[in-house]
Design a protein around this ligand. Structure first.
Ligand code: PEP
Length: 241
């Protein structure tokens, strides 16, 4: 597993109960291994976990436990045999005002419960156009990671915000350069190597080309993972190439 790429499907707030039933029937035809992680809405997680699939929550609360109506804690997620949680997705940063500080708190709570963390970072188009991508990524990484006493179990997902759900992707060379930069910053902060995934409009048509990038450790897939058939095509390329 150490050197194997991973593919994470972030299903966001998509699919109804019957659509999830059909989705699981479809993926049951294939033999997925530990390289594939499904992140459906909380309510559907038991259906995936019960079938033995590796799963992640899309978010966790920034509080440990107690009177926080509507929230789900890291401990509750972990107690459901869920291995991963996404933290700091740009949709959470933008629509739910998650600050670097909140993200750091969530990472600490997740690691305490032995959840693996998929930490999303990425720049907006304005930041990219202003040549501030590296500055933004360094700030996001530093505020999330600096001073943590444990790094094992943290995976970074580089997701340029302008590429999410838009059908646009950076060039392979851009992604490779940015991932090299991210890996260097991680090493400066914690002296360790962490996996770095790429996310942003990955689909069954562009995965073969994206998967030639040398330093990428896997992919975070949004829209294209909500179709079991398309997601399976992506997985086959990554696992077999
Ligand atoms: C995401 O939201 O994490 C994502 C990568 O979405 P999409 O694949 O739809 O761009």
């Amino acid at each position: 597993m150490e050197n194997k790429k991973i593919v994470v499907g972030n299903m966001k707030m998509n699919l109804t109960a019957s659509e999830i039933d059909n989705y699981i029937k479809e993926i049951d035809k294939y033999d997925y291994n530990e390289q594939v992680v499904f992140c459906p809405s909380y309510i559907y997680l038991p259906s995936f976990v019960g079938k033995g699939y590796r799963c992640g929550a899309q978010n966790i609360a920034s509080y440990e436990l107690g009177a926080y109506t509507g929230e789900v804690s890291a401990r509750q997620v972990s107690s459901m045999k869920i291995d991963y949680t996404i933290i700091g997705h740009s949709e959470r940063r933008n629509y739910f005002n998650e600050t670097d500080e909140i993200i750091r708190t969530k990472i600490t709570l997740a690691l305490k419960e032995n959840l693996k963390v998929i930490l999303c970072i990425g720049e907006t188009l304005e930041q990219r156009d202003a040549l501030k991508t590296y500055e933004v990524l360094k700030r996001q990484l530093t505020s999330a990671l600096k001073g943590l006493d444990k790094f094992q179990g943290i995976i970074i997902a580089y997701e340029p915000i302008w590429a999410i759900g838009t059908g646009k992707t950076p060039t392979n060379q851009d992604i490779e350069d940015t991932i090299s930069f991210i890996k260097k910053i991680i090493n400066d902060i914690c002296g360790q190597e962490l996996k770095v995934l790429y996310g942003g409009s990955v689909n069954d048509e562009n995965i073969t080309k994206l998967n030639t990038i040398k330093n990428v450790d896997g992919y975070l897939v949004g829209g294209a993972c909500t179709s079991a058939e398309r997601f399976n095509k992506i997985i086959e390329v990554v696992v077999n190439q």
